[in-house]
Structure formats: C-alpha cells, structure tokens
Design a protein around this ligand. Structure first.
Ligand code: MG
Length: 165
C-alpha cells in the first residue's frame, strides 16, 4: 500500500465589504476575507494539503492570483477540480483534517455545513473530513481579528495500477 500525507496552511486578512466564505459556506459576519478568489482560507489550505500529498505544484501555481479566470472564483469548485486531478493520477483521498483559527465569528454552528461541503467536493464520506475551529486567545493577527488562518492535513492512497507522476 502506498500512502502519502500533505500539509496545507493559509491566512487571509479580514476586511469590510467582503462576504466571509469558509469551505464554500457563507458565514454571517460583518467582514470577509480579502483575496483574488473568494478567499476561502479553509479550502485553500485543503487544496495545498492535497497537492502536497500528491507531489504536485501548490495552489499559487495551479490557480495563479494574476489570472483573471480566478478573480472571484469559488474555491470549493477549484477543490473539486483538484480532486479530479488527483483521481487521474491514481490517488484516492482517504481523509482530510483541518483547523480554522478565527477569534471571530463563532463557527461551531457552521461546522456541519462545512464538513458536508468539503465531503461533497472531495467525494468522500463526512467522517473522512474534520473541521475544528479555534480562537487564538487574543494573540497575534488572528487573535486580534485582523485575519483568519487555516491548517489542513490530507492522506492519499495511491493505487498501484493507475497513473504516475
Ligand atoms: Mg489563499
């Protein structure tokens, strides 16, 4: 059996006039994350964990923020593209686990929806996806509500019969 792990991290600034999107889910909050795409920081971390596990170039190379095609792009749709990319190379997604670091807003009410959206995009059961939300105890950029960060790890299984890199 050939298993591979990957890690992803991302952070985006919180600004007025943007909608907060995490795992493709719209979150009720006075501010949103700044970015070229929808700035879905959680999905970006998941994408990088998956790409890293597969030994592929990172999100910035796959979906450049200089490319007008990705302006306002739905990151959860890009994640579904990454899933297809991995399948073509013979990788099955075993599990993805994540941590969101956000002082505000409270996210526990959205966890189920975020897990459902990620599991749909990844084509895996819900119990193969973890979403945890932490504050940063008032410390640093996330703790002072200037940003939201996310971490992700992914486990892939490579089938011996298919694909190569
Ligand atoms: Mg990002």
């Amino acid at each position: 059996m050939n298993y591979r792990t990957g890690i992803g991290y991302d952070i985006h600034r919180l600004v007025k006039g943007r909608t907060l999107i995490l795992a493709g889910v719209q979150i009720a909050y006075a501010r949103g994350l700044l970015g070229h795409s929808d700035a879905d920081v959680l999905t970006h971390a998941v994408i990088d964990a998956l790409l890293g596990a597969a030994g592929l170039p990172d999100i910035g190379e796959q979906f450049p923020d200089t490319d007008p095609r990705y302006r306002g792009a739905s990151s959860i749709k890009l994640l579904a593209q990454v899933k297809t990319m991995l399948r073509r190379r013979g990788y099955a997604i075993v599990s993805v686990d994540t941590v969101i670091v956000a002082q505000e807003p409270p996210l526990s009410a959205y966890k189920g929806a975020m897990i459902a959206a990620l599991s749909r995009a990844l084509g895996v059961p819900r119990d193969a996806v973890g979403v945890k939300a932490k504050t940063n105890e008032g410390l640093d950029a996330t703790g002072s509500k200037r940003a939201i960060a996310s971490y992700a790890v992914a486990l892939l299984k490579k089938s011996s019969s298919k694909g190569g890199r």
